[in-house]
Design a protein around this ligand. Structure first.
Ligand code: KOT
Length: 823
């Protein structure tokens, strides 16, 4: 990979100049935040030439473009990542040191761009990194939320949500581009007018809002390719004209002002859950309409035949959230470009493709007709017509089978089903791990798979090794490079050559020492943030991810309670010191999830303050788990907890980040865990619990009766009783009754323990015993952890993106040369 030249003197001058012009200060007087801003602008400057060159190259060679449409882009911090991908990181670090500045401290000044909830949003961010690195023309299309994912504070053990003012100090990397603004219309009614024998559909009485694009550079690794994440901001179209006294006009102006302000105010903080709010649908249509308009405008600059749009553009719908794109494209092609229905449908069904990320029923998007048609009257007409034609098709293929219509129609029971729309209008439907795709084909989307099997395909998720190894774990990255060369940075399967060293004692020793140093780094963070002392020689056992019942953080903490009981009952038992680390945000309205956070913190309080157990057990809840601290956490983990109820976690991506950083998976055969085990070998992971097939079979029988376990298993009963006897809540013994009831009485879906926590408990505890035994064998553990790193090659998002390109998008590869004067 060509390394661009870095001009140290120029960069230092640029930083100093920025401090002066932005803040009227010399470096010595500037605050840390001001230094970050100055360095950020200097880095954006360094990006600019390549950004311009990339766009010029795209204009010249006219490659097919993928528009990755997503309500979420969980980007994290940009500064360090941009430097890594510019291949300037070490040089900039050195240059800053010369003028007395520390790059890590500066990086810590940057707020995370948390425009996403969890896995789905972070996947979008990893995909953008890989698209730029592989040299494909791509736009991320999303929303510039004023407030991203809330900041989590833990107060008295409870989660408190605090607004995320990530734009408070401005964002040095963004570029506002008002000259490309688009108008988006909501509400009103559709008037049909016959002009020259053709029906025209004219929306009237609507409210409109201006969508203003804000661009963020996406730096490819060492290749001069800079793609664009385009996030749309909202502005009122005609801001107040105070001399207007016409009441109607004035009120309309106020309404439009409010619409613009509310639209992009905040990210909905729900993961794997549908927020059925009008504002959410408005957000969806807002960014989708603007993005589709933009894609068409770009196409028309070079091409005259809109019927071939799909040859130069493809829309990937990140779950159903942007599915109105289907109808918006139809609308523009028919109402503005003058195509007939069939022509427009041909283009649309060759342009749109859909990724499914979950089978959780509560996440499936369904909109009440009343709301949908009121907000998007013309779009609703088009969806109705798509539905009418599709229902005809079902009836032709399955005459007399009304069940099929009921199950498959896009509009049914007063609701618009977005997944059905996405499947019918898309040319590709993909799941995100092999097991997940098989479940889609055989269960969730069986009817659709039978009708259109050619659309279905799998794309197992991946992660970018640039952020999650090269940036997040510099010690391990250097060590890997020293052993296998640096090609893994853009060709992760090369990391497999590490297998040559797994039995080499020196290598084992170095590897474990790096892990130890990363544990020391995390222990310091924990001391600073939680004021808890943890022993970096203990096993770091980590579960970090959104809090959701199906992810079973509750099983993990119940097991901690069980271990604590064991240690108390048998003070002399052999027990290898363990630090259980949790990090998780719960949706603000998800009471059972929030109570689980309180339980974890309550258990932590008791255990961490019990001197009698000699520090054998520690429990840490890391506040405000997010991309930036995640990088440190993965680097320090020994055990990766991936313990979802089998069949429920579509893929998972944290599992891959842990693996790449040398943590060993303790998990169920769910999502991508299946493929991780396939790569690394079952003997190098700790697998337990029911299989997906067993779970689904038991669910179909209506569940199971956990009272049997309660009555026969003393240890389980002991732990459950501690939820309601005040053991961890002496002032309020009833505090955790809700969790007890969920496990033994009704946990939703009209049954106890719907996620089979108690059913899998023994198997989990036994797997944890195997973990402990394995860790005691130092060399064996080093070998196992190294093998995990060595077999992580498949899980690079570079591989995932190449598969999307080959099977779905069919993009052309582009190379970018910098002009002489910019080199
Ligand atoms: C659904 C609704 C709203 C917000 C987020 C979702 C969502 C998130 N659906 N699936 N996910 C996760 O997506 C990841 C990336 O594919 C998967 O790895 C993970 O298993 C899903 O839970």
């Amino acid at each position: 990979m060509a390394k661009r030249l870095f001009n140290k003197e120029f960069f230092i001058r640029s930083v100093k100049y920025n401090v002066r012009t932005l803040f009227r200060k010399e470096i010595e007087e500037a605050t840390e935040q001001q230094i970050f801003q100055a360095v950020g602008y200097a880095v954006k400057d360094a990006i600019m030439d390549a950004w311009i060159a990339t766009q010029k190259e795209y204009e010249k060679s006219d490659p097919k473009i993928v528009y990755y449409m997503s309500m979420e882009f969980l980007m994290g911090r940009a500064l360090g990542n941009n430097l890594i991908n510019l291949t300037f990181y070490d040089e900039v670090k050195e240059a800053l040191e010369e003028i007395g500045l520390d790059l890590n401290t500066i990086e810590d000044q940057e707020p995370d761009a948390a425009l996403g909830n969890g896995g789905l949003g972070r996947l979008a961010a990893c995909f953008l990194d890989s698209l730029a690195t592989l040299g494909y023309a791509a736009y991320g299309c999303g929303i510039r939320y004023r407030y991203g994912m809330f900041k989590q504070q833990i107060v008295d053990g409870y989660q408190v949500e605090v607004p995320d003012m990530w734009l408070k100090n401005g964002n040095p990397f963004e570029l506002r581009r008002p000259e490309y603004a688009k108008t988006v219309k909501f509400g009103g009614y559709v008037r049909v007018e016959n002009r020259n024998g053709r029906n025209m559909f004219i929306q009237e009485g609507y409210q409109s809002v201006l969508a203003v694009p804000v661009d963020l550079p996406i730096v490819g690794y060492g290749n001069n390719v800079i793609n664009t994440l385009r996030i749309w901001d909202a502005e009122a179209i005609n801001s107040f004209e105070l001399d207007r006294f016409d009441k109607g006009e004035y009120e309309k102006a106020v309404e439009q002002e409010n619409l613009a302000r509310n639209l992009v105010e905040v990210l909905y903080p729900n993961d794997n859950h549908m927020a059925g709010k009008e504002l959410r649908l408005k957000q969806q249509y807002f960014f989708v309409s603007a993005s589709v308009q933009e894609a068409i405008a770009k196409y028309k600059k070079k091409h005259s035949d809109i019927r071939k749009f799909y040859e130069k553009a493809t829309f990937q719908l990140n779950d159903t959230h942007p599915t109105v794109a289907v109808a918006e494209l139809m609308r523009i092609l028919m109402d503005e470009e003058g195509l007939e229905w069939d022509e427009a449908w041909d283009v649309t069904t060759k342009t749109c493709a859909y990724t499914n990320h979950t089978i959780m029923a509560e996440a499936l998007e369904k909109w009440p007709i009343e709301l949908f048609s009121r907000l998007l009257p013309r779009i609703y007409q088009i969806v109705e017509e798509i539905n009418r034609r599709f229902v005809n098709q079902i009836q032709e293929q399955y005459p007399g089978n009304y069940e099929k219509v009921k199950k498959m129609a896009i509009i049914m029971d007063g609701q618009v089903k977005m997944a059905h729309l996405a499947i019918v209008a898309g040319y590709s439907v993909n799941g995100v791990a092999r097991l997940h795709t098989e479940i889609l084909k055989k269960q969730e989307l069986k009817d659709f798979y039978e009708m259109m099997p050619q659309k279905f395909n799998n794309k197992t998720n991946g992660i970018t090794q640039r952020r999650f190894l090269l940036h997040g774990n510099p010690l391990l990255a250097k060590w890997v490079t020293a052993h296998v060369g640096d090609e893994w940075i853009t060709d992760l399967p090369k990391i497999k050559e590490l297998t040559l060293y797994v039995d080499d004692e020196k290598a084992q020793h170095e590897f474990m020492n790096i892990k130890y140093q990363n544990k020391v780094r995390l222990a310091k963070y924990i001391k600073e943030h939680n004021n808890i002392d943890v022993d970096p020689r203990s096993i770091f056992d980590v579960q970090v991810k959104r809090l959701h019942e199906y992810k079973r953080q509750l099983m993990n903490i119940l097991h901690v309670m069980y271990l604590y009981n064991q240690i108390k009952e048998h003070p002399d038992m052999d027990f290898y010191p363990r630090t259980f680390i949790f990090g998780a945000k719960a949706a603000a309205g998800y009471m059972r999830a929030k109570l689980t956070i309180k339980l974890i913190n309550s258990v932590a309080d008791v255990i961490n303050n019990d001197a009698s157990i000699n520090g054998k057990l520690k429990v840490v809840f890391i506040e405000d788990y997010r991309v930036s601290n995640a990088e440190w956490i993965f680097a320090a983990a020994d055990v990766s907890e991936q313990i979802s109820t089998a069949s429920k976690e579509a893929s998972g991506t944290g599992n891959m980040k842990f693996m790449l950083n040398g943590a060993v998976t303790l998990g169920t055969m769910d999502g991508a865990n299946v493929e991780i085990v396939e790569e690394v070998g079952e003997e190098n992971a700790f697998i337990f619990g029911m299989s997906a097939e067993e779970v689904i079979a038991l669910e179909n029988q209506g569940g199971y009766d956990p009272s049997q376990l309660f009555n026969t298993d003393q240890d389980i009963r002991h732990v459950l009783m501690q939820l309601i006897n005040g053991e961890y809540s002496p002032n309020d013994p009833e505090r955790f009754r809700e969790l007890y009831n969920a496990l033994l009485v009704d946990g939703g879906y009209n049954r106890p323990d719907p996620y089979f926590i108690l059913k899998d408990f023994r198997s989990y505890a036994e797997a944890q015993k195997r973990v402990e035994a394995a860790y005691r064998d130092e060399k064996g553990w080093a070998r196992m952890a190294m093998l995990n790193v060595a077999h992580a090659g498949k899980f690079t998002s570079d591989r995932t993106i190449q598969e999307y390109v080959d099977d779905i998008w069919k993009l052309d590869k582009v190379t970018v040369e910098l002009p002489e004067e910019a080199k």
